[in-house]
Design a protein around this ligand. Structure first.
Ligand SMILES: *Cc1c(COP(=O)(O)O)cnc(C)c1O
Length: 448
């Protein structure tokens, strides 16, 4: 006689779908080639962008510019620096307004602040999670000097529609492509579509360095020249001339380090293969979930490719017999059930950017440009209804799917999700019993 299979959810005491101790393959993947590249750089003795004979940094810049399809690329210290530097190089000045999508990583909104500009938040399309032309248009004012387009989670935004809006107005678009390395829009790579565009090389991203790093891409020689100066104390940098040590503008020190660029060059050499493997793995995973009622899996329109940096799933409470207002509790139930099964589901991005304390309490925030006070007086959920809806009704899987060998793990995750979906009554009961407040209704005390 065989024992009956215990099909109870793990949250109710049943066995986990993903065995305990089953590890997520480490990301970024570090190969002997990567180690050799870093060692080569260490042995060269040239460690920074300012060092004579430095080769790794300009080589990464050439290779990345070629990959993205721009004339120029500049390596910098991180993705937030890349974005503020790109905005400054695009001509944004203190007091100018910069349109930023309301759903993004907080750096998209902080980067304008770092140059004294005022982020003005645009709501998003609840299907794509990106700002679209109509919502960007609603955020424009006579003081708008740039539009930041984030390709959130790896899906390119509607660039043609947004450019058709901004071009006649002479407003530059700056792509924040930190989550979308290699994604294409109508045949062009993201990072080649705006005037000047930024990437992150943080360890969490699809293309990483062994620490912190960023990249800035542009076709415009003047913008590139300004970005180069802003990277190094506002100096005019001419590689064939001795350094002058004269600062012409308030630049930063946003230079990258050479061993890290060597590491990323090595990563970049196999990036297309790893991105293709990830694409195949994620598509297989999503195809196994697409039929589940009330679960909306991420997808990409035919005219663009998705970099699958983060997988964001939306829930439709109606499919569970719940009113739309129960999305938040339902999400909490699903995340709880999935985590118990061993799937690292989470609720990344708890707040719309304009609800972040940094944008709501300027007087108590260190380094806040005084002129920005007027932009942050009050935010209510009605200002960004789609962003709020998406946040309350979605959960994400991050990192676990990035490694090219993630397929077996994703197979277990798919089994886990399907198992959870066998028990909608359990989820509904949990959701109904949960004391719940929207994330932005939870009071927090400012540490500043
Ligand atoms: C990660 C990220 C950034 C910031 O990059 P860092 O290298 O961490 O500074 C900016 N924008 C978005 C959308 C990001 O995901």
């Amino acid at each position: 006689m065989t024992a009956a299979v215990d099909s109870r959810l793990a949250m109710l005491g049943g066995p986990r779908s993903v065995p305990r101790g089953r590890r997520i393959p480490a990301w970024p993947r570090v190969t002997p080639d990567d180690e050799a590249a870093v060692l080569r750089s260490l042995r060269s003795g040239a460690f920074t962008a300012a060092a004579a004979g430095e080769e790794e940094i300009p080589a990464l810049e050439r290779e990345w510019a070629q990959y993205v399809g721009t004339e120029h690329a500049l390596a910098v210290s991180n993705g937030t620096a890349a974005l503020s530097l790109a905005l400054a190089a695009a001509g944004v000045r203190p007091g100018d307004e910069v349109v930023v999508p309301a759903l993004s990583f907080v750096a998209s909104g902080i980067a304008p602040l770092h140059i004294g500009a005022i982020p003005v938040f645009a709501d998003i399309d609840p299907e794509t999670f990106n700002a679209d032309a109509a919502r960007v248009a609603a955020a424009l004012t006579p003081r708008t000097r740039a539009v930041v387009v984030v390709h959130l989670h790896g899906l390119p935004a509607d660039m043609d529609e947004i450019l058709a809006l901004t071009r006649p107005l002479g407003i530059p678009v700056v792509e924040d492509a930190a989550q979308a390395h290699g994604a294409t829009y109508r045949g062009a790579r993201v990072g080649s579509l705006g005037l000047v565009n930024s990437f992150s090389l943080n360890v969490s991203k699809n293309l990483a360095t062994c620490g912190e790093g960023g990249l800035v891409n542009t076709d415009d020689p003047d913008v590139h020249r300004r970005a180069l100066a802003l990277r190094q104390f506002g100096e005019v940098i001419e590689s064939d001339k001795p350094r002058q040590y004269v600062s012409h503008t308030m630049g930063w020190n946003h230079k990258p380090s050479a061993p890290q660029c060597a590491f990323t060059r090595s990563q970049l050499s196999r990036f297309p293969d790893e991105a293709a493997a990830r694409d195949a793995n994620v598509r297989t995973f999503l195809a196994r979930l697409r039929d589940l009622p009330g679960l909306l899996v991420p997808s990409a329109p035919d005219d663009r490719t998705h970099a699958w940096h983060i997988l964001r799933f939306r829930l439709a409470p109606e499919a569970f017999g719940l009113p739309a207002g129960m999305a938040g509790p339902l999400r909490a139930a699903v995340v709880r059930a999935m985590r118990a099964e061993g799937v690292p589901a989470s609720t990344y991005q708890h707040l719309p950017l304009p609800a972040q304390p940094v944008f709501r309490r300027p007087p108590t925030t260190v380094g806040y440009p005084p002129d920005a006070l007027r932009a942050v007086q009050g935010w209510s959920p009605d200002d960004t209804p789609a962003t709020c809806r998406v946040i309350e009704s979605s959960f994400v899987i991050q990192k676990a799917h990035l490694h090219p060998d993630a397929q077996p793990l994703l197979d277990l995750y798919a089994q886990a999700v399907r198992k959870v979906w066998e028990e909608p009554d359990v989820l509904v009961r949990y959701a109904r019993d949960l004391p719940y407040r929207a994330p932005w209704e939870q009071t927090d005390e400012a540490p500043w």
